[in-house]
Structures are given as C-alpha cells and as structure tokens.
Design a protein. Structure first.
Length: 564
C-alpha cells in the first residue's frame, strides 16, 4: 500500500480517516470529573430548562465559562438523548473542522502537502486524542480560533472584506466558547507577522471597525445573559468571591485579571508550566516542534527581525506570543495551551517538509525518523504494560497489541525504493500517525474505560436508572468525592445535604463511612442496597496504578434505603 506510486495525499487521508474513527471510540468512555462531568450536567440542565441565556450548575449560579459549549451540547442532547454520544459529538465535529481549517491555513501559508502534514500532526498528537475524549471547551475554542486565523490570513492575502468579516464571526463564537483569548490569539499571529514584514499599514484599516461591530453584535446575547444574571443582582457568591459585575468578570477579570493579579485564581504555575505539559500533550511531535521553533527564531535573528519574501511568522510568532500570554497567568492548567496547537502543528509540518522534500538537512531527517521510532516503541511498551499489569485485558487483546507493535516495526524498516524524500516523509509522518492510532485505540478502550469505573458517580448513576430509583428521592450525605458525574448519568440533579434534618424528604441516601457512622449514632434505621468503591481518577497515584496497592487507595461508598 505504501509504495512510492501510492499517492501521498491518499496516504494522509487514509491516516486522517482512521484517526477520526479512533476519536469515535471515546463515545464509549464516560465523562471524567471534574470539568467534563460538570459541563455534561450543565448542558443537560440547560436542555431541560430551555434557558439558554443563564448558566446554572446543579441549580446554582455559574460564571466560569461562557455558554457556547452548553448550547451545542444541550441541543445535541435534545436530538440524541442524555448520553455520552450526545455530549461528545459536537466537540468531535468541531475537532474535525479544526483539522480542515489547519490544513487550509497551512496550505495558504506554504503548500497543500505541508497543509496535509499539519493536519496529520494536529490530529495525531496526544492532546487531540485527549480533547475528543475528556471533552471541555478547548476543542471548540481551538476550532474557532484556527478558523479565524485562516480567514484573516485569506483577507491579508486577497484583501476581500468577506474574509475579514468571516474571521470576526469566528472570533465572536470563540469568545462565546472561552472568552477573550479567542480574540487575542489571532491578534498575536498578525501583530507578529506584520511587524516583521514592516507592513505597518495593515494595522490601520477602516474595515476593522466593521469587524468589531460584527463581534459586538454577536456577543449581545451572552452579554444580556451575564447582565441579567449578575449585574442586576450584584454580590452573588461564585467560588467564594462576590461578583459585582458578570460583564466585567467575563470580559476582563477571568482572562486579563489572571495576569494583572486581580483574579483570586492562583496555583503557582510559572512560565515553564505549559511547555512541560506539552512534553506529553504534543507527543510524539514535541521534539521536532521545539527544534523547529529554535531554528525559526535563529533565522529571524539572523535576518535582523525582518521576514524574507515567502516567509511567514503567523504560526511561529502567534504561538510564541500566545504561550507568553497564557504562561503569564497566575492560574494555569495543562489544556490552556491547546488553543495554540494548530500553530504548533504548522510549525512542525513546515519543518518536516523542509528537511524531507527540500532536503535541506538529510542528516537531521534521518535522526528524527530514528528518534521518533524509538519514542513510539517506548510509548507502545507503556501501553502494553498498562493492559497487561495496570488494568489486565484478555489474552486476545494483548496479542492484538503485540501484533500491532510488530507491524509497526515492519512498517518502519520496509524498503521503499530509491526515493529518499518519500522514505523520510513515510517515516516522519506515516509511521508516527499509525503508531498514535495504535496507541490510542488501547489507551481509550483499555485504560480510560476501566479507569472510569472507579469514578463512582457514573456507576451509581447508572444503577439508579437500572433499578428505576427516582433521583429526586436520593440525597448525597457527607460525600464530596467522585460524584460530579452522578447527575448526568442519573439524568437528574441529585440533592446534597450535611444535615439529617432533611432526611424526611428522601427515601435514599448516598454516603461514605463517615456518613454511616453518623446515621448509626443518630440511630437512623436503614439498609445498604448498593455498595462500591471510588477513586479521584483525575489525580492518579503510584499506589492506585499498582494493582497490589490499589485497594488501599479506594474509598467505599454506599446507597442506603431508609426504613420507616
């Protein structure tokens, strides 16, 4: 199949198609606490209430993210029901669009082959597999942002106002997804590029005013929602902080306030935090990307910070400025940098194209083909250990993975004729793309899926549905661990209390050992109808990973029925 007469474009499409198929495997994996389970529950609540302007989390006011994710997920649930597919499908569709937009942007900046490779790099990085599994706002945000950059690049190249307006529409919807960062990343891209081109006139264009009006008009609905929910009722307590203005929080405090110090959110992350997390989230491409980044910076310094004809700094400059901005925040999480992954993919793909097809550095091409192969074998070995030792799979599954690893070795070493360019392309793009497919089939199906059985909320939520126990008759008592998914999988918000005085309103209680002791001390009559153990799966420990010590990390919980 991979002889030199096989079309490169067909090869890339083949990889991309199977990558999307593997994304779909995530439909069979439950939502993970904290964010994904919370967002699924909020989307369910919006679908049931029909209120698309105001955001609530388990009946309480919510002001952490704008509503676009909840809009599309709730509409999906209305069409498909309350289930994993309905919640995850919109983000998957946006992920596919992000791949297409990345291809079009890279093709515009370079050529179609670089565009296709950029799409493969983005599609096969580990963070992309994670984004389509543990669904948050970042997949949709990334899609809107790369679309905006693509449209603005088209406008910069062709000066047709329709592209500028389309870019502004994408920016507005990106802001509806996760705030002003959707505006700042495209600005960073073109500020860097135009400055190095010395194209100062591009900074002043009356069409920008029209674009700003388009953005402002599209943001009216969410602005009305924030104003009605918070500005008309100042002083609401959100995450322990009294909010005077929802509009100020959304447009300033939540984003820029983390840089100025105004925001109370702080976790001690420094400028290196996001890059250290890219060491796993941008696998296996991270080392090629870092090399490309250094080479591009060296080139621009050598050129005295002036671009040569045919060069672009949209991808490299946009990534650097976005990274510095995000890395300056007082509160950072690993997925914050995902918004810049399309830019990183373009930088990586262009570098691979240069050392492969332009043959600018054949020694470096050979080094990276060998390095990537060794790295991927190590990753495959880790996955093999996971399905043999951490969550033991059946012998057929284990043998399938071993056969896949052997096939990967064969693919890497097979003879491809005398075409050195195709051989380098094959080993730098095709083999890694298939290797990441292989790895994530097993990560999704044989690591994430059994891992989430320990989460608690999804398991007991399904038990309530199976036993036809009305969630409205259940109360959570003295139990704060691992239950965010409960509401989504029970398909109803389950009440919470720390007071036994509320018990007459309920027939069942979900609790842990401390709660049982309090029930016993108060001589409350009950029977345990369901028991299980849970673990906070987003915070893995060596003791949990080790099957021999795992049980000591698990916390028992119980569903009790009151005897009256």
């Amino acid at each position: 199949m991979f002889k030199t007469n096989w079309s490169v474009s067909k090869t890339l499409l083949f990889i991309l198609g199977w990558t999307i198929v593997v994304y779909c495997f995530a439909f069979n994996v439950d939502t993970m606490d904290v964010d994904a389970s919370q967002y699924a529950e909020m989307s369910m609540g919006m679908m049931k209430s029909g209120d698309f302007l105001h955001l609530y989390d388990r009946g309480l006011d919510y002001l952490d993210k704008p509503p676009f994710l909840f809009w599309v997920s709730s509409l999906s649930m209305r069409l498909l029901g309350i289930n994993n597919v309905a919640y995850k499908l919109p983000s998957l569709l946006f992920a596919i669009w992000a791949l297409y937009a990345t291809y079009r942007l890279a093709s515009l900046l370079y050529n179609k082959r670089t565009g296709a490779m950029a799409a493969i790099v983005l599609a096969s990085c580990q963070g992309m597999y994670l984004m389509t599994n543990d669904v948050r706002c970042d997949t949709i945000l990334m899609s809107w942002v790369v679309t905006a950059i693509w449209m603005l690049a088209e406008w910069s190249a062709h000066k047709k106002p329709k592209y500028l307006l389309a870019g502004c529409v994408a920016i507005a919807f990106g802001m509806m997804t996760k705030g002003p960062i959707a505006l700042m990343v495209p600005v960073f891209c073109f500020v860097a590029h135009w400055s190095l081109q010395r194209e100062w006139r591009n900074f002043f264009n009356p069409w920008y005013l029209v674009g700003l009006v388009v953005i402002a008009v599209l943001l009216i609905p969410i602005s009305i929602g924030f104003y009605q929910q918070f500005d008309l009722h100042p002083g609401k307590l959100i995450n322990g902080v009294r909010i005077k203005s929802g509009l100020r929080f959304f447009y300033w405090s939540q984003s820029f306030g983390r840089i100025t110090g105004e925001s109370p959110w702080k976790n001690g992350a420094d400028i290196s935090f996001l890059m250290l997390n890219m060491l796993w989230s941008f696998l296996p491409w991270i080392f090629i990307f870092l090399t490309a980044l250094v080479v591009n910076i060296q080139d621009i310094i050598r050129q005295k910070f002036r671009l040569q004809p045919g060069q672009e700094w949209i991808s490299t400059g946009g990534f650097i400025l976005s990274y510095v901005s995000l890395g300056s925040s007082s509160y950072q999480l690993p997925h914050y940098i995902f918004v810049a992954f399309p830019l990183a993919a373009i930088v990586t793909a262009n570098f691979i194209y240069r050392i492969t097809y332009e043959y600018s550095n054949p020694r470096l091409a050979r080094f990276f083909s060998t390095f990537l192969f060794v790295l991927l074998l190590l990753l495959c070995t880790v996955v093999l250990i996971a399905i043999v030792w951490i969550f033991p799979a059946n012998i057929f599954t284990i043998l399938t993975l071993i056969i896949g690893i052997v096939s990967l070795v064969f693919l890497h070493f097979q003879t491809l004729g005398n075409d050195k360019k195709f051989r380098n392309f094959y080993r730098l793009i095709v083999v890694p793309g298939f290797a990441m497919l292989l790895i994530n089939v097993f990560v999704t199906g044989y690591f994430y899926k059994p891992l989430l059985k320990y989460q608690g909320g999804n398991t007991v939520g399904r038990y309530l549905l199976h036993k036809k126990i009305d969630p409205g008759n259940v109360v959570i008592f003295k139990m704060n661990d691992g239950l965010l998914a409960l509401h989504f999988y029970a398909r109803e918000i389950v009440a919470t209390t720390d007071s036994m005085q509320d018990f007459p309103n309920f027939n069942y209680a979900l609790t842990m050992d401390d709660g049982l002791h309090k029930l016993d001390s108060a001589k409350v009559q009950y029977s345990i109808i369901y028991r299980n153990k849970l673990f906070k799966v987003s915070e893995l420990t060596p003791e949990f990973v080790n099957p021999a010590t795992r049980d000591g990390e698990l916390k028992p919980y119980y569903l009790v029925k009151f005897l009256r």
